[in-house]
Design a protein around this ligand. Structure first.
Ligand code: CO
Length: 157
C-alpha cells in the first residue's frame, strides 16, 4: 500500500463536486486501501478522494467502533434526524478546529468496493464523520459550517 499526499486547503480540487464511480475494478480497491492507509497514518477518522486529488465519489471512514472500516462509494443521505454540535477537524486543514452542528442521526445508502448497495444507520460521532466525508464529495468543506473556531490554548490537554 502507498501513503498518498493529502491536499491541504486552499485548493480548488477540495471544492469541486465529484463524479460518480461507474467502474468497480482493482484500481478502485487499490485507491480505497491507499486512502485507508493514508487516513490511519495521518491519525484521521475519515478521508475523501478529493483530499488525495481524485474527483470521484469515494470515501473511507473508521471511528474505531464496532463498524470498523467503512468504504463509501457514491453515497446518498436518505434521511437525517436531530441535531448535534461538537468540535470537528479535517485532514486538509491541519491544526484548525471548530464547532459544527450536524444531524445526530443519518441513514446513508452507498455502494461497497464490489458495487453492492448497503444502508448504514449512524448516530453521534459516526454520523458526524460520515456526513463530513459526504460533504467533501460535494465540494463542501467543514469550514463553511463552523459556528466558532477553537484557539490553540483551548485544545491543550
Ligand atoms: Co475533511
Amino acid at each position: 500500500m502507498t501513503i498518498l499526499t493529502i491536499i491541504e486547503h486552499p485548493n480548488e480540487v477540495l471544492e469541486t463536486p465529484c463524479e460518480k464511480v461507474t467502474t468497480f475494478d482493482k484500481n478502485l480497491v487499490k485507491l480505497l486501501n491507499n486512502m485507508y492507509e493514508t487516513m490511519i497514518a495521518a491519525d484521521g477518522v475519515g478521508l475523501a478522494a478529493p483530499q488525495v486529488g481524485i474527483l470521484q465519489q469515494v470515501a473511507v471512514v473508521d471511528v474505531e467502533d464496532e463498524n470498523g472500516r467503512i468504504d463509501l462509494i457514491n453515497p446518498i443521505v436518505m434521511e437525517t434526524k436531530g441535531e448535534q454540535t461538537d468540535i470537528e477537524g479535517c485532514l486538509s486543514f491541519p491544526n484548525l478546529y471548530g464547532d459544527v452542528t450536524r444531524p445526530s442521526y443519518a441513514k446513508i445508502k452507498a455502494q461497497n468496493k464490489r458495487g453492492k448497495y448497503f444502508i448504514i444507520e449512524a448516530r453521534g460521532f459516526l454520523a458526524r464523520a460520515l456526513l463530513h466525508e459526504i460533504d467533501h464529495l460535494n465540494g463542501v468543506l467543514f469550514t463553511s459550517k463552523v459556528s466558532r473556531y477553537y484557539e490553540e490554548s483551548e485544545l491543550e490537554g
